[in-house]
Design a binder for this molecule. Structure first.
Ligand SMILES: Cc1cc2nc3c(=O)[nH]c(=O)nc-3n(C[C@H](O)[C@H](O)[C@H](O)COP(=O)(O)OP(=O)(O)OC[C@H]3O[C@@H](n4cnc5c(N)ncnc54)[C@H](O)[C@@H]3O)c2cc1C
Length: 330
């Protein structure tokens, strides 16, 4: 039973999101004179770095899902509600959720990020994201279902669409995933699908920049590309996906790839409930905070993790420049 503001002995800290950020905040408040209320749309934490292993069937989904109530069972000031947070009302200090309203004294927005399709509705409609366990399971069943479909097609032209796999985005997600699908081609195909030839299966990695893993050192980028190519991945650089209608991908260089499977790892954007001043939303849909993670015009409200753009003395100029260009393109 949750008490009202006037009945509570200690202030209530609501944390929106049981990802890495939200969990850490809730843990650090153990033994403090506060009530912690964690709200997440799922009652489990998703260990995102291992999503690609679920997507390729090397790990079961329950290996990367950790029940939130169990994680905090020894923390007496901890409460949990499974709900979608819809809106934050900073004036009344209430969050509106799919299961009712909860008032707060302090609020931490740790709602993370979701796939960014950069406004391309068709690509969003037909391609597969990789941000949740459900999406990872979808990828796994899509890959296997398409191989099953390929088995039923008699001629190579008909099989092509079911045996081409396109991964978009050469960051860590795209690199890991394309490599893992190529391993299916190398090691599993012959054993599990003797009717299919590994030479007919193609894994493409499409990246808009001139290198994969662009955020890492030049050597890492070069090595990653070489390893992928050794595995058989066709790495296409300096190219973006222009269109996808569920059957054929059209690239910015005009090339087309017939495929039933496009996996989107080309970008993320912050996700958060309504109630945040739009002027504070920065590049990548991230909420601007000060160096203490406090949302600039919301006293007692903080944003952390993937949803936050924290401004410090060091990065203030860069953030200001990026938001100007962001406002121009939004
Ligand atoms: C495939 C993949 C691989 C990755 N690999 C690495 C890696 O190797 N190393 C690394 O450092 N990082 C990695 N990352 C990034 C890392 O996982 C994120 O930076 C991290 O999860 C961000 O933590 P967070 O707490 O900000 O958000 P998240 O972990 O995304 O958690 C946000 C939580 O908020 C909940 N939520 C969101 N909106 C609402 C709402 N309105 N109502 C209720 N609940 C809501 C969500 O259900 C979720 O549980 C990877 C990410 C992906 C997708």
């Amino acid at each position: 039973m949750l008490l009202n503001r006037s009945e509570r002995k200690f202030p209530r800290v609501i944390v929106i999101g049981g990802g890495f950020g939200g969990i850490e905040v809730a843990r650090r408040l153990k033994d403090k004179e506060v009530e912690v209320l964690l709200i997440d749309r799922n009652n489990f934490h998703t260990f995102q770095p291992l999503l690609y292993q679920v997507a390729t069937g090397t790990l079961a989904s329950d290996s990367i899902a950790f029940p939130l109530r169990k994680m905090f069972k020894s923390q007496s000031n901890f409460r949990f509600r499974m709900a979608e947070v819809l809106r934050i009302d900073k004036d009344t200090k209430v969050v509106h959720t799919s299961v009712g309203e909860f008032d707060y004294d302090y609020l931490v927005v740790a709602s993370g990020a979701t796939s960014n399709f950069f406004g391309n509705a068709d690509v969003e409609k037909y391609s597969l994201g990789m941000k949740s366990i459900q999406e990872a399971q979808n990828i796994r069943s899509y890959v296997l279902q398409n191989l099953e479909e390929a088995v039923l097609r008699k001629n190579a032209d008909d099989r092509e669409r079911f045996m081409n796999f396109v991964v978009v985005g050469g960051g860590p997600t795209g690199v890991e995933l394309s490599g893992a699908i190529a391993e299916i081609q190398l090691h599993m195909l012959k054993k599990d699908y003797p009717e299919l030839s590994k030479h007919e299966m193609n894994v493409y990695l499409v990246e808009g920049l001139g290198e994969v893993l662009a955020a890492l050192s030049d050597k890492s980028s070069r090595d990653a590309k070489r390893y992928l190519e050794e595995l058989g991945v066709k790495v296409i650089l300096n190219t973006v996906v222009k269109e996808y209608d569920g059957m054929t991908v059209t690239l910015s260089n005009g090339d087309q790839i017939p495929t039933k499977t496009v996996i989107w790892g080309a970008g993320v954007k912050g996700q958060f409930p309504e109630g945040i001043n739009p002027d504070l939303v920065q590049r990548g849909n991230r909420i601007k905070t000060n160096g203490q993670c406090q949302i600039i015009d919301m006293p007692g409200v903080y944003a952390i993790g993937d949803v936050a753009a924290t401004v410090t003395e060091k990065n203030a100029e860069w953030i200001a420049r990026s938001s100007t260009s962001c406002a121009a393109t939004r």
